[in-house]
Structure formats: structure tokens, C-alpha cells
Write a protein that binds this ligand. Structure first.
Ligand SMILES: NC(=O)c1ccc[n+]([C@@H]2O[C@H](COP(=O)([O-])OP(=O)(O)OC[C@H]3O[C@@H](n4cnc5c(N)ncnc54)[C@H](OP(=O)(O)O)[C@@H]3O)[C@@H](O)[C@H]2O)c1
Length: 191
């Protein structure tokens, strides 16, 4: 199937002409805003949720101009992928599941911010490497300590990842390069 045939079957995210959001307060004059410099760390990036929902959603945001040019995406997982392998996985996930058309220029800009950190959740060295990666992104992409951490992993693994992430310097409170930023954690799954 060609790229254009694939994208043609997907529903558009744009509202039909003349449609107005009935829930929007007519006095609300805010414009849609794109995010400031930031990054997203996905734990469990090889999983079903990350491939089918999270990575395509990141691309859709970029495609709609809602991510900053220096946005960074860090994948953390057990397998020993090189950076280009990770980019290929994201590429395939985006092509298969994104809801907006694939645009090479958007993809190239986004892919420059991809990093992959191999390791399991009980591996302190992997969390040290994650911290180094975040520091490098703060310096080269200007993410400036602003990172969200998404736990796309089994609920039973939440405690060990949160504990490792708060004691290793991946945590913004203890990362020298990230002292001025914000951080946010989100998790999927039922507990
Ligand atoms: N899939 C959905 O549509 C969906 C919807 C709503 C909520 N959720 C929730 O989202 C979470 C993820 O679901 P999923 O379907 O994506 O699960 P999944 O396909 O089983 O993926 C789990 C991920 O966690 C990684 N992982 C597990 N144990 C690990 C360890 N010890 N060290 C490093 N990585 C480890 C796996 O890595 P490996 O590849 O190396 O095994 C994989 O990347 C779950 O809590 C689920 O309940 C999923």
C-alpha cells in the first residue's frame, strides 16, 4: 500500500468547515499554544501502547506545529538498539498509526531529537546513562531540564522505576543540568 493510500484512509483531525466547539467559552480568546522547550522520556518504548498510541501522538503534535523545534524523545527499553534502530521503530509506528499525513520535513526535524537508552528497570548504570542523555539533550537541544516521564510499563514495575528515577540523576531535582526545569510523570495501566 502506498503512503498516500495509507493516510487517505485515516480520519482527519481537523474540524469540518464552519464547526465550532460548543464547549468553548466564547469569551476565551486564548490561541492554541505550542509547548516550550521540552522532552519526553518513554519507559517501555517497545510496547504496544508506545507503538500504537504514544509515538504516533508525538508525531501528530509535531505535524500540527504544537511541539518546539528542539523537542527530544528518549526511549528506554531492554533491547540493545542503536539510535538508528530506534528511529526506524518510531518511523514505522508513525507511518502505521499516526492520524495526520506523513511529512518528511517534520519527520527529519523530530528525528534529530531521538535518543535511545538500553537497560532494564533494575539496572542503575542504565539510569545513569539516562541522566547523561538528558543532560546532553539539555545542552544540545535546549530542553533546559524540562522533561516528562511516561511509564508505559506494567503497573507492577511503577515502584522500581520511580525509585530508580528519583535516586539517579535523571531526576531533575538532582541533575545539575536540569535544575531550572520542570518534570512530570505519567503512567498508564490499571493499578
Ligand atoms: N496497549 C494499550 O492499548 C494500553 C491501553 C491502556 C493502558 N495500557 C497500559 O499501558 C502499560 C503498557 O502496556 P502495553 O500494552 O504497551 O504493554 P507491553 O506491550 O507488554 O509493553 C510493556 C513494556 O514494558 C517493558 N518492560 C517490562 N518489564 C521491563 C523491565 N523489567 N525492564 C525494562 N523494560 C521492561 C517492555 O519491554 P520489552 O519489550 O523489553 O519486554 C515493554 O516495552 C500497561 O500498564 C497497560 O496496562 C495499555
Amino acid at each position: 500500500m502506498t503512503d498516500s493510500a495509507q493516510t487517505a484512509e485515516r480520519p482527519s483531525l481537523d474540524p469540518p468547515p464552519g464547526w465550532a466547539n460548543p464547549l468553548r467559552d466564547p469569551r476565551d480568546r486564548r490561541l492554541p499554544r505550542s509547548a516550550g522547550p521540552c522532552g519526553l522520556v518513554i519507559f517501555g518504548v517497545t510496547g504496544d501502547l508506545a507503538r500504537k498510541k504514544l509515538m504516533p501522538a508525538v508525531y501528530d503534535l509535531a505535524n500540527r506545529g504544537l511541539l518546539p523545534p528542539g523537542f527530544a524523545l528518549v526511549g528506554f527499553a531492554r533491547r540493545d538498539w542503536a539510535k538508528q534502530d530506534f528511529a526506524q521503530i518510531v518511523h514505522d509506528a508513525v507511518k502505521a498509526h499516526s492520524r495526520t499525513p506523513f511529512r518528511e520535513s517534520v519527520w527529519k526535524q523530530l528525528a534529530e531529537g531521538f535518543r535511545f537508552v538500553p537497560g532494564s528497570f533494575d539496572d542503575d548504570n542504565a539510569f545513569d546513562e539516562l541522566a547523561r542523555t538528558i543532560k546532553e539533550l539539555d545542552e544540545t537541544r535546549g530542553t533546559n531540564g524540562n522533561h516528562a516521564f511516561y511509564l508505559s510499563i506494567p503497573p507492577s514495575a511503577f515502584p522500581v522505576v520511580c525509585a530508580s528515577n528519583s535516586t539517579a540523576p535523571a531526576c531533575p531535582t538532582s541533575c545539575p543540568a536540569s535544575g531550572a526545569g520542570w518534570s512530570s510523570r505519567s503512567r498508564s495501566g490499571t493499578t
